[in-house]
Design a protein around this ligand. Structure first.
Ligand code: TYM
Length: 329
């Protein structure tokens, strides 16, 4: 029996290079070795206000991006979170075993809630519980994510262990898979911040669907550090970030990347990095056009059916152990 992986992304905004390098790239690499579930987490998306029309469109667009990245629906189960209502049901159960204090410590809530808990939605607060439900429903062994999800993963592990202790062995306790390189791609405009869909500075993120001119322009404007050397150096976060992007786009080793830029200036470095990104994204952007809405819906329907069978099994076990019995079955 293959071990399982589960991961997901929110159908909000546009996916950027950070999402790809921190997450999707690894999903693709792991899908042969693991039985894989890749979810479009539209219930997470509504923890912040969304335009319904846009959310509807972005949900299918994200499926397109998963497939164009190389996720193979013959090998992996791709589905939309709201199609499998067990996610919301298990989230409720787990929210009854989660402590307020555990959620208060979540840094993403502090960031997204902008420090104003009084006005933040309750869903934003309990967001990590829904994420734990996503993962635990599938008896997931490994969760490939970027660095920013590490704390949420720790909560998922704690909730699994607590349930297993209180009600008997029920959930696999999941491990995070955080890639050694690319787990946190920083904003091009402010290398102290992560690259993000909602960056206020339009030049901070390279989106997967950006055209060549836009990519060149954004990289030209990218902030750099003082000094002239182009080397991996944690103390020079801007150059470190650009060099990481260059490395992941070209597949070269760190030493090869550094050797490539010995004696070269920042201008040259940025141009070559932009070329590497454009080259990398070109075939991806072509593939995105390959899928019609009908194709996608068929794949997502099949995925949801498979996911639901497994999710229901876990939930039935959970309900049984807790003494939750209805009259219908
Ligand atoms: P989301 O939609 O914010 O991001 C999707 C994935 O992209 C990674 N990521 C990054 N990696 C490197 N550098 C960056 N700058 C960067 N920005 C984002 C994220 O770590 C993530 O892996 N809560 C999740 C979605 C989710 C989920 C799950 C993930 C819901 N349920 C269950 C795994 C398992 C999120 O908002 O991702």
């Amino acid at each position: 029996m293959k071990k399982r992986i589960f991961s997901g992304a929110q159908p909000t905004g546009n996916l950027h290079l950070g999402n790809y390098l921190g997450a999707l790239k690894n999903w693709v690499a792991l899908q042969d070795e693991y039985e894989s579930f890749f979810c479009i987490v539209n219930l997470h998306a509504v923890t912040l206000p969304q335009d319904p029309q846009v959310l509807r469109q972005k949900t299918l667009d994200l499926a397109r991006i998963y497939l164009a990245s190389g996720i193979d629906p013959e090998k992996s189960t791709v589905f939309i979170q709201s199609d499998v209502s067990e996610h919301a049901e298990l989230a409720w159960i787990l929210s009854c075993t989660t402590r307020m204090g555990e959620l208060e410590r979540m840094t993403q809530f502090k960031d997204k809630g902008k420090g104003n808990a009084e006005r933040a939605g309750v869903g934003l607060f309990t967001y990590p519980v829904l994420m734990a439900a996503d993962i635990l429903l599938y008896q997931t062994h490994l969760v490939p994510v970027g660095q920013d999800q590490k704390q949420h993963l720790e909560l998922s592990r704690d909730l699994a262990e607590r349930f297993n202790r209180d009600f008997g062995e029920t959930f696999v306790v999941p491990e995070p898979f955080i890639p050694p390189v690319g787990a946190r791609i920083q904003s091009l405009a402010d290398p102290a911040k992560k690259m993000s869909k909602s960056d206020e500075n339009a030049n901070g993120a390279i989106f997967l669907m950006d055209d060549a001119d836009t990519i060149v322009k954004k990289l030209k404007k990218a902030v750099t550090d003082s000094g002239t050397e182009i080397k991996f150096d944690e103390t020079r976060p801007a150059i470190n970030n650009l060099l990481t992007i260059y490395q992941l786009m070209t597949g070269k080793t760190a030493a090869e990347c550094e050797a490539n830029f010995v004696g070269k200036g920042y201008g040259h470095f940025k141009t070559e990095t932009a070329e590497a990104v454009v080259e990398f994204l070109k075939p991806f952007q072509e593939r995105v056009k390959n899928y019609t809405d009908e194709d996608l819906k068929a794949i997502l329907r099949t995925g949801a059916e498979k996911a639901k069978t497994i999710a229901r099994e876990t939930l039935t076990d959970v309900y049984g152990k807790m003494g939750i019995v209805g009259a219908l079955n």
